[in-house]
Design a protein around this ligand. Structure first.
Ligand SMILES: Nc1nc2c(ncn2[C@@H]2O[C@H](COP(=O)(O)OP(=O)(O)OP(=O)(O)O)[C@@H](O)[C@H]2O)c(=O)[nH]1
Ligand SMILES: [Mg+2]
Length: 317
């Protein structure tokens, strides 16, 4: 991979090449080249509107994504989709299901789709996803959609920092209860109850409303939209709610705040990942038997030894 001329690839991507865009994301994902690539693109990027779609497995996120993209897409517009694959990064590539579900979009020249592993191979949470989103901004996508699966804090971490987050649930699964337990209700800017053709729709909506009542601090009340994604039902309303949320963010000045929060998150993770990798690389090379003995034989406590090791690792001054 050393022979790849990054500048040429970036130039091709900026001219609109999907192949170059895909290769740049692969270089980031597989070879950790974000550090080399991002400085080449950041001046060419504008802010894309970022939509996060998250929720428990199988509620219809990908189906909804496909229909939503078709509904949002206008002439001269470009939409990028990053589907985050929850499986091991070592399995690599796209999950078949998403490929099938998003098939109609794959051949659309205005749409760029990419599946990614949820964790980078160096253990850096979502770092590659953040970088891939940067690539898509430079690729001139007007909208970027990030789909993640999960009901826990860590799975939705990336999505919290997009502009508009859709939390997708489906009736009768008890997912809503889990979501409330996990305390991630507040990440939703819009609740989508998909599979509205299933039993238990009203119950799920009531449960969401009950959950919302506990959270009165915000002036923005996340709307609840019912959809039947597979039959393209409810998509007009969903689109409208997304536009409303965007207008709310823009008019209240919150869009800028959110984006700056995202940059803070990005900076934190860049530093965190760098130090994390440094520790992994060096920890095992230290001769720690003696240090461990110091603790074992009660000569020193582990805080003191850790401080000594941090100095040895050269992590702080
Ligand atoms: N009955 C019904 N089925 C739906 C609806 N939307 C999607 N499905 C089906 O639900 C299944 C799962 O859909 P996906 O779009 O793959 O769900 P997902 O949330 O992306 O799944 P993961 O990415 O694996 O978590 C598929 O068989 C869809 O055809 C709907 O509104 N009603
Ligand atoms: Mg999916």
């Amino acid at each position: 991979m050393k022979n790849v001329d990054l500048k040429t690839l970036v130039a091709e991507m900026l001219r609109g090449s999907e192949i170059a865009t895909g290769r740049l994301i692969s270089l980031i994902e597989n070879y950790d080249l974000g550090r080399e690539i991002l400085p080449l693109i950041h001046k060419s990027s504008k802010h894309s509107y970022m939509i996060g779609i998250t929720g428990p497995p199988g509620v219809g996120k990908s189906t909804l994504t496909e229909k939503l993209v078709l509904s949002l897409l206008e002439k001269d517009m470009k939409i990028g989709i990053l589907a985050i694959d929850p499986t091991s990064p070592f399995s690599g590539g796209a999950i078949l299901g998403d490929r099938i579900r998003l098939q109609k979009l794959i051949t659309n020249p205005q749409v760029f789709i990419r599946s990614m592993a949820s964790r980078g191979h160096l253990g850096g949470i979502s770092a590659a996803t953040l970088d891939a989103a940067k690539i898509l901004e430079a690729f001139n996508c007007n909208i970027i959609i990030i789909e993640t699966v999960g009901v826990g804090q860590s799975e939705v971490e990336i999505v919290q920092y997009v502009d508009t987050t859709l939390l997708v649930l489906s009736p009768g699964q008890g997912d809503d209860i889990q979501i409330m337990k996990a305390g991630i209700m507040e990440i939703a800017d819009i609740f989508v109850v998909n599979k509205a053709d299933h039993e238990g729709l009203e119950r799920t909506i009531t449960d969401i409303k009950m959950g919302q009542m506990n959270d009165n601090n915000s002036i923005y009340q996340a709307p609840i939209v019912s959809t039947i994604a597979k039959d393209n039902k409810g998509l007009d309303e969903l689109k409208l709610k997304i536009i409303n949320h965007r207008e709310y963010l823009e008019n209240s000045g919150k869009l800028k705040t959110k984006r700056k929060e995202r940059l803070k998150f990005e900076l934190f993770h860049r530093i965190y990942n760098r130090i994390n990798n440094q520790i992994h690389g060096k920890f095992d090379s230290l001769e720690i038997e003696e240090l461990v003995d110091d603790i074992y034989f009660k000569k020193k406590d582990s805080y003191t030894v850790a401080e000594e090791m941090i100095r040895l690792l050269g992590i702080t001054h």
